[in-house]
Design a protein around this ligand. Sequence first.
Ligand SMILES: [Fe+2]
Length: 189
Amino acid sequence: MTADRYSIPQLVADLRRIRAETADEHRLLAAVRPLALRAAEASDLWLEDRMLAPDPEQGFSLFPLSEEPDHTLAVFAFSWLPGRGTPPHDHGTWAVVAGVLGAEKNVFWRRRDDGTRADHADLERVGTKVFERGQVLAMPTGVIHEVRNETDAVTVSLHMYGIHINHTGRSKFDPESRTASPYVSRIEC
Ligand SMILES: [Fe+2]
């Protein structure tokens, strides 16, 4: 078994081991980063043709690759249509994303409010990062970002989360209207 044949089951076994070994999120993220890279490099083991045609309504598609019975350690293939993306959002858990096909732009935001008003969020833009194959983005719980595919082709990335993102009560944000609302994504079968 070589590094470029690192499978999703191997990744999940390692995620379970890392989670059992450390409760510290930054240590966990540091340990998961190289594994996400290896699993992305072995995309021939999990990337299917159907994943290259994202949902035109949502602008992107999530394909579940693995999930524990309690919705933890969720792994997805994400694909994005050209010119499409997400609103600013949080995850309600840690997230690690590895580039697979094409370049994806991440815009990072920070809350200026204290989060005590349920539907209100005052965001300021704090940075951007474009990543592609061979690169990994690790986001601790609480990070707010949006993703844009500004290329002219479908992009794909491999995502893993501490908890399935439709089970964390996460939010999406509108910086213009300074509002926050529940964010649930459609998941492919
Ligand atoms: Fe995200």
